[in-house]
Design a protein around this ligand. Structure first.
Ligand code: GLY
Length: 350
């Protein structure tokens, strides 16, 4: 049996490990400590519309393809507690927020996305906890969210059941790892092992709030708001919500900053006043692995090494498709996909 070593055991590494083990590889994953992984700190949105910027058609197209892999991925994982919400509401307060949302909705509709415009009143019928200051918005159908920590646990269990071995140690040099093939899927740490990839940290803070007796229950939808020009999202959990996220490109420490936490709390409470009564369970910061053009880096960089990193704000959405593309690359197939276009990786291999 051919051996595969995967460096990185968070959402991308584990998804690749499970898929490769099922394709007949003997897989070992190196992951010293998953607790700092961006996918563990995340809120778990599968952000197709929510994470695409108006006009970025290539990104949106890849996000759509990524989403199309999720039904089968969820079926394979076989755990009905992974999905946390089955659609998202995009809402705005002032006229600038509403103007921006209208532009996004028009672009998405033009690309065939299910976009349902909603008045403030209609939004509050769907989500009674949303503030009466919210003027309008739209529902993005099929824009799911998952419980990212549950997903990581289930992925880790399924990978172990499929025979994947995990080693709790840090790889400091790819030349030191054994294996017929190596997959570099270490998120932002991929930059330490392969600096030429150009992956850099994009720090983001998230808060976890727990429902408290007497408060309105958590929402059923993801609620993404533009409040005073800033973006904030509230993502349901069965016992509370996750609120996110700030973004500081280049920030490279994992300590949340007081100002970022204050903005998130005040924007989330403005969006959903009942959150004021929830318990503040944690404030954390993660480092998203960003790339200069915003697209992930997936593909072969040399005879032994395949990379799967640089997923930026959408590692969870893109986990299933990444595992598929990596498995095909390992099997020697030629893949027609913009994210693994050889041209994008050629500069990293010179
Ligand atoms: N996917 C949301 C974020 O990175 O904030």
């Amino acid at each position: 049996m051919k051996t595969l070593t995967i460096v990185g055991g968070a959402v991308i590494g584990l998804s690749c490990a499970l898929r490769a083990a099922e394709s007949g590889w003997e897989v070992t994953v190196y992951e010293p400590d998953q607790t700092c992984a961006a996918s563990r700190v995340a809120a778990g949105m599968l952000g197709i519309a929510g994470e695409s910027r108006t006009g970025e058609d290539a990104y949106l197209a890849f996000a759509e393809q990524a989403m199309s892999r999720w039904p089968a991925f969820l079926e394979r994982l076989g755990d009905d507690r992974i999905v946390a919400a089955s659609s998202s509401l995009m809402v705005g307060v002032d006229s600038a927020d509403v103007g921006e949302l209208t532009m996004v909705a028009d672009w998405l509709r033009g690309r065939g996305h299910p976009v349902e415009p909603l008045t403030g009143k209609e939004i509050r019928i769907l989500e009674p906890a949303v503030s009466s200051r919210i003027r309008s918005g739209f529902r993005a159908g099929g824009e799911l969210a998952v419980d990212n920590r549950r997903l990581l646990q289930v992925l880790s269990d399924r990978a172990a059941e499929a025979g994947v071995r995990t080693v709790r140690s840090q790889v400091t040099d790819l030349a030191d790892v054994r294996g017929d093939q190596v997959v570099l899927a270490a998120g932002v740490n991929s930059a330490l092992l392969s600096p030429d990839l150009g992956v850099y940290p994009s720090k983001g803070e998230v808060l976890r709030l727990g429902w408290a007796t007497g408060a309105l229950p958590p929402p059923e939808h993801v609620v993404r708001g533009r409040i005073n020009g800033r973006a904030v999202y509230v993502v349901p959990r069965h016992d509370g919500v996750v609120v996110g996220a700030t973004q500081y490109d280049g920030g490279d420490d994992r300590l949340p900053v007081a100002g970022g936490v204050a903005d998130l709390l005040s924007d989330a409470i403005e969006l959903m006043p009942s959150l004021r009564e929830y318990r503040l369970l944690s404030a954390e910061a993660g480092l998203r692995p960003a790339t200069p053009d915003g697209m992930p880096l997936i593909g072969r960089v040399d005879d032994r090494t395949v990379v799967a990193t640089g997923h930026g704000r959408n590692g969870i959405l893109m986990s299933a498709i990444t595992a598929e593309l990596v498995a095909e690359t390992l099997a020697g197939k030629t893949i027609d996909n913009p994210s693994i276009d050889a041209g994008r990786l050629s500069w990293a291999t010179q």
